[in-house]
Design a binder for this molecule. Structure first.
Ligand SMILES: Nc1ncnc2c1ncn2[C@@H]1O[C@H](COP(=O)(O)OP(=O)(O)OP(=O)(O)O)[C@@H](O)[C@H]1O
Ligand SMILES: [Mg+2]
Length: 234
């Protein structure tokens, strides 16, 4: 008797994008975007302002609609799902970190980080406390967001994005609002925590320093995605 079905397929990509295209009215944002991300891989997406990086990231999370092509997460094809099913799927499978933090102003740090677990019916204060420790926010659990610095706010957002252990983290210029020193420290936390959780990370960034830390860098252009050519041999 074969037990092949019980063996997880570790070669399946965490994320696969095939021929993705998106328009706003007559204007094409991007066309023919094709790439895949391996489980646990860290990929940076760079490109000119307005080329569609944030739009692409929103499509990957099922937060925005696209016109052609396919987005598959593991074995899950987003295309046939309606918005409600996408929202339920997203809750468990994707963490999102935005440039503008998007923490809820009336909730404490601990409540913000606990939110994804509560939505999944997996409330776990001890795990939230461990997560706050891991991102260097111990002692700040009861503060409100307005009592935090930008770097601390982004750590709250990172802890919240990973607390429920999603296999994929999407980050849209998460250090864009921070000074270079704080940005480097927040990147340390983001990369270290993503690796520790075994999650794949797709990072949209204008920062060369941040992109340099990725396993792979993809350039988004109006005509698709390209991998930069390696530097010429000396
Ligand atoms: N709701 C909308 N309606 C019409 N056009 C839009 C809408 N949202 C975005 N766009 C356009 O789509 C294009 C892509 O925008 P997007 O925000 O994805 O770019 P980006 O690559 O993330 O830019 P940046 O690096 O400045 O953040 C831009 O030309 C923008 O003006
Ligand atoms: Mg953007």
């Amino acid at each position: 008797m074969s037990n092949a079905a019980a063996v997880p397929d570790t070669t399946a990509p965490a994320l696969q994008v095939e021929g993705l295209a998106k328009h706003y009215g007559e204007a094409a944002v991007f066309a023919d975007v094709t790439f895949s991300i391996a489980p646990g891989e860290f990929v940076a997406i760079v490109g000119d302002s307005g080329v569609g990086k944030s739009t692409l990231l929103n499509c990957l999370a099922g937060l925005d609609h696209w016109d052609a092509g396919r987005i598959t997460h593991g074995a899950v094809d987003l295309r046939p799902m309606d918005d409600t099913r996408r929202a339920l799927w997203r809750r468990a499978h994707v963490g999102f970190v935005f440039q503008a933090f998007h923490v809820l102003p009336h909730l404490t740090v601990a409540q913000n980080v606990a939110l994804p677990l509560m939505l999944l019916g997996r409330d776990n204060p001890a795990h939230v406390a461990r997560m706050l420790d891991a991102v260097g926010l111990n002692g700040l659990a009861e503060r409100l967001p307005q009592q935090l610095s930008g770097g601390q706010l982004q750590r709250v957002a990172i802890a919240r994005a990973l607390v429920h252990r999603p296999p994929l983290l999407l980050a849209d210029e998460p250090t864009g609002n921070l000074d270079p020193g704080t940005a480097a420290r927040v990147m340390d936390v983001l990369v270290q925590q993503t690796r520790e959780h075994g999650a794949a990370l797709v990072l949209v960034t204008h920062s060369e320093a941040a992109a340099a830390r990725a396993d792979r860098v993809l350039h988004l252009t109006a005509s698709g995605i390209r991998t930069p050519a390696p530097p010429p041999a000396p």
